[in-house]
Design a binder for this molecule. Sequence first.
Ligand code: ADP
Ligand code: MG
Length: 731
Amino acid sequence: MSATPPAKPTTSPAQKALHKLGLTRDIDLALHLPLRYEDETRIVRLADAREGDTVQIEATVTACEVTFRPRRQLLVTVDDGSETCLLRFFSFYPSQQKALAVGARIRARGEVRGGFAGRTMMHPAFRVAGGELPTALTPVYPTVAGLPQAYLRRAVLGGLAHADLSDTLPPADLSGPRENLSEIDLQPLWGLRESLLFLHHPAPDVALATLEDHSHPAWQRLKAEELLAQQLSQLQAKRARALLRAPKLRARRDGLHEKLLAALPFALTKAQHRVSEEIARDLAQPVPMHRLLQGDVGSGKTVLAALAAAICIDAGWQCSLMVPTEILAEQHFRKLLGWLEPLLAPLGLRTAWLTGSQKAKERREMLALIASGEAALVIGTHAVIQDKVVFKNLALAIIDEQHRFGVAQRLALRGKANSAPGAVHGLAPTPTLPRTGEGESPEPHLLMMTATPIPRTLAMSYYADLEVSTLDELPPGRTPVITKLVHESRRDEVVQRIRAQLAQGRQVYWVCPLIEESEALDLVNATQTHAALSEALAGAGVDGLTGSGQPVMVGLLHSRMPAVEKKAVMAQFTSGRMAVLVSTTVIEVGVDVPNASLMVIEHAERFGLSQLHQLRGRVGRGAAASACVLLYSTGEAPRLGEVARARLKAMAETGDGFEIARRDLEIRGPGEFLGARQSGAPLLRFADLVQDADLLDWARELAPRMLDQYPDLAQKHVQRWLGGKSDYLKA
Ligand code: ADP
Ligand code: MG
């Protein structure tokens, strides 16, 4: 299947734009569906056109002049026998002016407006009158700069003509229950070719609403196809994985796992127990685990990572833990170290850590530890997946806050499993070699963790290839966080609140928003807030952490700071010496300071729900009653917009991460959740997970049957819809 160059085979800018849109094959073009349509099938009499209508007219030019007031413009009067209309052009070429000379008959299309000068059209599209009228609606395609509709239309026509549009759905009379189909009105099921020809060029009498809301049978067919392709490719990835070999990692009696459990300062919750067993069961299998652990902020995922690491290390293999930020890496490192180091040290095993900002010498040492296998546990940021990092025998890769990583990064980590099958690190506690298949290199087990719970519909579609474990219980002793919405004009009250918290020896976070246009502005904002708060809290005689009369220490943390400085600030806040931490969103994930009891989020209306929830999860980690203040701003407007209001209200109403995720999906669509899968992954273009839940059920039911009984059709179907992109689903 080659691309169809609609014009010349050279790479014109338009051609490049096509590629940018991912339209490289004939079938890609055929599946590039219109956003909307224009009706050019009719000529409307000017006298019949109402103000606001977009119409096509045929008329004769009766006047044509260029004026300069208020600015240079071309004014053309036309008359179609029923009425006159003024066409106004602010930019025009001499050739256009010529085509609009008095006496010319033209066909023009545009929106009719009223006004005291009579009817007008601004910048209508026009050409010479006459010629046949199209018999179908004219498609308007999604496009990018440099790719004119006319070019795209020709390209799509070419694609439609050349692409193989034969049906890939299994023949209707074959196998399995199909009752779903009739329920969802896929009967009579439109064919693919029929659907595509229709959607690209619908008859003018179609109910436009059914095209717009994608309820038309032709749309149903395409959405069903798309969902099926997604399910098939995920199932393929899952089955391909089942053929891979991974080291069997089993917890031993009196092994590290048991010792760690015994050493923990708390007992696992029921949910932690259950999930820990799910993970242990997977690790004991000779096929790579591919598990997503989702649990609300503060539900205690880290300890599960540590327990899994203990099993892995005990069996003589290396484990890596990758986290999105250095601050988090540092936190994890300290926490895990506290738990594991006392157990590892007697065995002569070490822990290594890798970050981007590390000194060259330290880094070299770490790399050597990792390559020799002396480092049984490696914790770090993206640095873990750089080419230079060679593991001796990686068997378990854990990714925390997985939604923050790109697909490519996750694929790279999986590629780190290495050469020598069955190799053990130098000082393994046990001489029993965990063997994998003969001669093949083992894949690492993969455990991904996320605090952004994935709503069920997403879990069933985008994450259908993953096993999912859920921590649905918080450790005991947490007090729910009270959330308050406060208008920014009441800042003073918030400062009062801060003082009250400080007086009780508590600590406070103040988060400044991400300003999308500019990181620099972000900084200014955070810096100003920092200065203002320092002043407001200074000399107030607060009985802060530092004791009566001492100045309150207000710290500042933002992404532009050098890593050492960030580390120092975090250390001060963690130790309790710093009472207030003003920060940009760098603290979003994972920071754990149980003494913090108040979280203020400025411009809360600019954050996503899930992000707000994550931020809020930074407080309420200890026994103290905690609160989250969502400071919102209405800008110039008297009130918050409806959507923003609904979102903030949802935050105040519920503390349940799943409920919030569900509402966020409703409000913002799936992009927010997919995070990593977003980039390069085949997102659904046509189907809507909420609206098309029954089509999704249908696809889920059909996919395994199709793979078993019609593997060729399945392959063809996936290839058609996803081309080379399905690889991404394996990450
Ligand atoms: P998250 O799931 O957000 O990553 P963490 O793993 O950081 O949560 O855990 C939050 C806090 O709860 C940590 O201080 C951790 O030590 C503590 N914790 C975890 N499990 C338990 C438990 N079963 N009982 C008490 N505290 C726990
Ligand atoms: Mg965490």
